[in-house]
Write a protein that binds this ligand. Structure first.
Ligand code: 9J3
Ligand code: ZN
Length: 311
């Protein structure tokens, strides 16, 4: 069984019938018990599971992970390159409300010659699902993957230690993403900082083809028509070199190019959301979208991975 739905809570409409005062007292008792159990509200963005302190947001559906926006309203703040060191500044996208406590965070690096704008679509898309997302600029647009990896880590350190949103973040629950050389940098980042909880290299490019050092759960996204970082010499060997004991997946996009990750993609978004929720938030409600492995479809050329996760 792959799904682990949380224990259902008696809905409002399911209260036993009876005199109004008895109904109110019962409602009060249920609310008190829910408060004691740390349940918060019973549904909506504030829903929490008693057994997973990192779970955020309502129970997911295929529609909710495919939606252009998730349940959280999103704010953003710009970080000037002049106030940071070790990377080039960027934009932080974050859930506006603080009612649900802290969130996990993800730094996102662009590819060679590109800037944060090339990955901007992921900011509100992921933040609206309940993450703090930092799309960064690199020090120069020509920086190589190893440098991009160090810059992703510098960005996470700034985000959790010094940024204006630091109090909104659970600094133990962090991930990295990136496109092309930024995807190569994503692998470099988790190689050097195994405490990271999730990694998603998008059409990654790197001269280093082997990643046996990686223990962070990693979803590698390749594109079948990529002629700049062909999957046969990049995404596929990268995936194949990840340790079999590491949670790992390979999603090959159908009818896609090296630059498919630079524009809104429902397929990239739904599996990224699921991967980040499953491994940054430990949210097993999303396991249903990852296992059993997704089948080929008009947008999925191929999907490989270990199932169930954590085994
Ligand atoms: O970040 C990228 O798009 C890397 C692909 C590339 O142009 O590598 C050649 C040096
Ligand atoms: Zn290597």
């Amino acid at each position: 069984m792959q799904q682990h739905p949380h224990t259902p809570v008696t809905p409002e409409g399911a209260r036993p019938a009876g005199p109004a005062h008895r109904g109110r007292r019962l409602a009060g008792t249920i609310a008190a018990l829910a408060a004691l159990a740390g349940l918060g509200t019973l549904s909506g963005p504030g829903a929490h599971a008693a057994d997973n302190p990192y779970q955020r947001g309502p129970a997911p559906t295929t529609a909710s992970i495919e939606a252009a926006r998730g349940p959280y309203a999103v704010s953003e703040t710009s970080v000037s390159s002049l106030v940071v060191t070790g990377f080039g500044g960027g934009t932080v996208y974050y859930p506006t409300s603080t009612a649900d406590g802290t969130f996990g965070a993800v730094a996102v690096a662009p590819g060679y010659t590109a800037t944060q704008s090339s990955m901007a679509w992921l900011g509100p898309r992921l933040a609206s699902q309940g993450f703090v997302v930092f799309t960064i600029d690199t020090l120069t647009t020509l920086d190589q993957p190893d440098s991009r990896g160090r810059q992703l880590l510098a960005a996470l350190d700034y985000l959790t230690e010094r940024s204006s949103v630091r109090s909104r973040i659970d600094s133990t629950r962090l991930g990295v993403m990136g496109h092309s050389m930024g995807g190569g940098g994503t692998l470099e980042a988790v190689k050097s900082r195994p405490s990271l909880q999730a990694a998603i290299p998008l059409t990654p490019w790197n001269l280093d083809k082997t990643w046996p050092e990686v223990t962070t759960p990693t979803l590698i996204v390749g594109a079948d028509g990529d002629t700049i970082a062909p999957v046969a010499s990049h995404a596929e060997p990268f995936y194949g070199s990840l340790p079999s004991g590491t949670d790992r997946a390979y999603l090959e996009l159908n009818n896609a190019t090296h630059f498919t990750p630079n524009a809104s993609s429902t397929t990239i978004a739904k599996y990224s959301v699921s991967w980040l929720k499953r491994f940054i938030d430990n949210d097993t409600r999303y396991e249903q979208f990852l296992c059993p492995l997704p089948s080929p479809s008009p947008t999925i050329e191929e999907y490989r991975g270990n199932c169930p996760h954590g085994s």
